[in-house]
Design a protein around this ligand. Structure first.
Ligand code: BGC
Length: 764
């Protein structure tokens, strides 16, 4: 019987193989031939990517999505996984109790604060290595939307308020990542700068602001790094859902910018399948079987053309051809997490920003004993929430970081917080259970501890300095609030800062605040009370070590702000048009009624401030800020000199000598801004055109940095003629340490105006 079965089976296999031989095979035959040989059902299945259940016991079970296999054409499944701060592998190896982890890298905002594309390439390469070594094909990152307003819940995943910095950082990350053989997905295309009502909100933006700000970042990334994939966003844009817009996904992205990869939809968006396929989404993600059916029916009833299906199928097959899965790459499942932890730590230290350092409060000295206050010192955030959270092996908090660096902390303070947190955790145990709500919005965090003045007074006697850590977290689906405990300090935090400062200052001792936050927060209202402020962002799993590297001066801070920190939230132009006090209702989110959709900032958001985002507003209109764009201190000083400009037909090369004029080695992030001659359009006083970071300069050492840009980069977008225009005349090129700290200027004469018409208008 067995023999007969065997004979039957081999017969079936041989005849299937013989049949397959006649069919075109991926990699051997032209893609067009395969698409022509596929049935409509097969093509419709190819265009719907499936979400994998996360309760499986293999690595692939933690993929956020897959593409379907077609054995008869030699097409394997491919696997996509989140996200921006590391590969979200989260599983146990079958047959063992060994859990797999990925490295928790610093969040994007910190990475942008490095102003160093080499750091981004190194982080990208390490992530890319984990991606392919765990058996995935594509990372669902980086994310590069503009940080229009500090309250956007996803700002930590995004780089900057400036499109050039965002675009260049993304391009470097993509290059590093893709150098390892897997692919990157840049997301969320486009104008996804708000989370409230995230699947329905219509971002209403002028053509000029779109071109100069909200699309420019994507344009740079697409052209400079050729990402494998672009994720279309949840929101609408000027009246049309981005996923339903052929203008955005085909005319602009492919025809104008030359994108050649695949477009994947953001997960589970409640929009029409047929319209989305037509618009240019190649893969319906977070896909469901009903969508396959909808594609088949669409073709049969004429609402969807076969040409659209074939076009998208070709894109998907072209993508599969380059994947490690297709190339049968043998994943080791054992990437070098130790080496990557080092990459993470070094990147973190490069991006931490020293905001204030009065009377050399920092670096700490050998003799110091630190009173380490604040729940945040012990309950430290490596990264943000939602799909950008990572399953990292550990998180070094502040106390561990300081101890690892041999900094003496006061045992009574440490003991107090450890006991306080243990008691708090017992209380919070019942709310902090793993469920979808906590996954999105995070576990409830312990309140700041109340510390009596006499306790602080004792510590001021036997410690030489105080360090206080304030932590914040946020994530997708929810925006932050301009309220206590979020953008503002809680009463407990304020009191802690005030009381510690008063009591330590009475003894002539310094107080330093470390901010552990994914994005901007109010600093101006309390900054004067303390001597030092360190913006640590969310610095990844090695965070405490990286902060200690900065506090001790092992690493001289060289991070600079990728956004403006305002004095007051309402100084920010977009604060007039950003949701506030919208309490989350699940029902409203999934099924918003007419009433909700008619509400400003929920149903739609007016980008009324237009191009005047961040420093473009503050710097041009001379509005005071807490800390300007591009700002960051060092333990040394730098001199700028000998600025030169070399102009060729289409580009400009600016060089400048940077000398370390201080006493310790350090690096400087140098920025190049342009000021245009007066013309028809009102333009920002300064716009970032290029930047560079020096190597580590020893005291007295000089280096020449080079910054290059194209003459066409000087253009602004004139929507009345749908053209990029750079007027002839004299431009000022300002080289500075921040947008407000200009060290040298050069003149650039443009003899002829440049005008370049664009074909696509993103408007309905
Ligand atoms: C997020 C995406 C993410 C996807 C898959 C969505 O909720 O918006 O950024 O890649 O989920 O996890």
């Amino acid at each position: 019987m067995k023999k007969i079965l065997f004979a039957l089976c081999t017969g079936i296999i041989i005849s299937a193989q013989a049949q397959n031989k006649k069919l075109p095979q991926l990699g051997k035959d032209p893609i067009e031939k395969i698409v022509a040989a596929m049935t409509l059902e097969e093509k419709a299945t190819l265009l719907v990517g499936y979400q994998v259940s996360s309760d499986g016991a293999n690595i692939i079970a933690t993929a956020a999505g897959t593409t379907a296999p077609f054995e008869r054409f030699g097409i394997p499944s491919t696997y996509m996984v989140d996200g921006p701060s590391g590969v979200r592998v989260d599983t146990i190896i079958p047959g063992s109790d060994k859990r797999l982890y990925c490295t928790g890298f610093p969040t994007a905002t910190l990475l942008a604060s490095t102003w160093d594309t080499q750091v981004l390439e190194a982080v990208g390469a390490a992530m890319g290595d984990e991606l392919v070594e765990y058996g995935y094909d594509v990372l669902l990152a980086p994310a590069l939307n503009i940080q229009r307003n500090p309250l956007c819940g996803r700002n930590f995943e995004y780089y900057s308020e400036d499109p050039l910095l965002s675009g260049k950082m993304t391009a470097a990350m993509v290059k590093g990542l893709q150098s390892k053989g897997g692919g990157a997905t840049i997301k969320h295309f486009a104008a996804n700068s708000q989370q409230s009502m995230r699947m329905f909100n219509d971002a209403r933006i002028s053509q000029r602001a779109l071109r100069e700000i909200y699309l420019k970042n994507f344009e740079i990334a697409v052209k400079e790094s050729k990402p494998w994939s672009v994720m279309s966003s949840y929101n609408s844009l000027n009246g049309e859902h981005t996923q339903e817009s052929p203008l955005l996904l085909t005319s602009l992205l492919r025809d104008e910018w030359g994108f050649e990869g695949i477009v994947v939809t953001d997960w589970g968006s409640p929009k029409e399948t047929v319209t989305r396929i037509h618009a240019g989404n190649d893969l319906m993600m977070g896909g469901e079987p009903r969508q396959t059916q909808e594609i088949i029916e669409g073709v049969k009833n004429g609402t969807l053309s076969m040409a659209d299906v074939d076009r998208n199928a070709k894109h998907v097959l072209k993508y599969i051809l380059q994947t490690p899965s297709f190339k049968k790459y043998k994943a080791s499942k054992n990437p070098d997490l130790k080496a990557h932890a080092q990459v993470s730590r070094e990147a973190a230290a490069e991006g931490i920003v020293l905001l204030k350092n009065n009377s050399e409060a920092l670096p700490l000295v050998k003799e110091d004993t630190i009173a380490l206050f604040g729940v945040g010192s012990y309950y430290f955030y490596a990264n943000g929430l939602g799909s950008a959270d990572v399953n990292k092996p550990y998180v070094i908090n502040m106390i561990q970081g300081l101890r690892n660096a041999d900094v003496k902390t006061h045992p009574i303070v440490d003991d107090f917080y450890n006991k306080y947190l243990t008691a708090q955790e017992i209380q919070l145990k019942e709310t902090n259970i793993p469920n979808w709500k906590n996954w999105f919005f995070g576990f409830k965090r312990p309140q700041e501890a109340i510390i009596e003045d006499f306790f602080i007074a004792h510590r001021a006697k036997d410690c030489s300095k105080a360090v206080i850590t304030i932590s914040r977290n946020a994530g997708e689906a929810l925006d932050r609030e301009n309220e206590e405990g979020d953008y503002l300090l809680t009463r407990g935090e304020r009191e802690l800062i005030s009381n510690v400062s008063k009591i330590f200052h009475a003894r002539g001792k310094k107080v330093i605040v470390v901010l552990n936050t994914g994005g901007a927060m109010d600093i101006a209202s309390w900054a004067d009370e303390v001597d030092g402020i360190v913006m640590a962002w969310q610095p990844g799993q090695e965070g405490g070590n990286a902060v200690a590297d900065i506090l001790t001066g092992k690493v001289n801070p060289s991070g600079k702000l990728p956004m403006t920190l305002a004095i007051d939230y309402y100084d920010i132009p977009s604060s007039k048009n950003f949701p506030q006090h919208w309490k989350f209702s699940w029902d409203e989110l999934l099924r918003p009624g007419k009433e909700v959709m008619a509400k400003k900032d929920l149903g739609y958001t007016l980008y009324e401030e237009d191009i005047w985002v961040g420093y473009r507003h503050f710097n041009t209109f001379k509005k005071p800020v807490a800390f300007p764009f591009g700002y960051g201190l060092s333990y040394t000083t730098f001199e700028y000199g000998n600025a030169k400009l070399k102009k060729s037909k289409n580009s400009c090369i600016v060089t400048i000598d940077i000398t370390n004029s201080g006493k310790v080695a350090g690096k400087e992030a140098v920025q190049l801004y342009s000021t245009a001659p007066k013309g028809k359009l009102e333009k920002p006083l300064r716009e970032l055109k290029a930047f560079a970071k020096t190597k580590l300069l020893q005291p007295g050492e000089t280096t020449t940095v080079t910054m290059t840009f194209q003459l066409s980069d000087l253009a602004s977008f004139d929507e009345s003629i749908m053209s990029w225009v750079a007027n002839k005349g004299t431009y000022t090129l300002s080289i500075g340490a921040s947008v407000e700290d200009i060290k040298a200027s050069l003149s650039l004469d443009m003899k002829k105006s440049l005008i370049q018409k664009v074909p696509t208008k993103i408007q309905h």
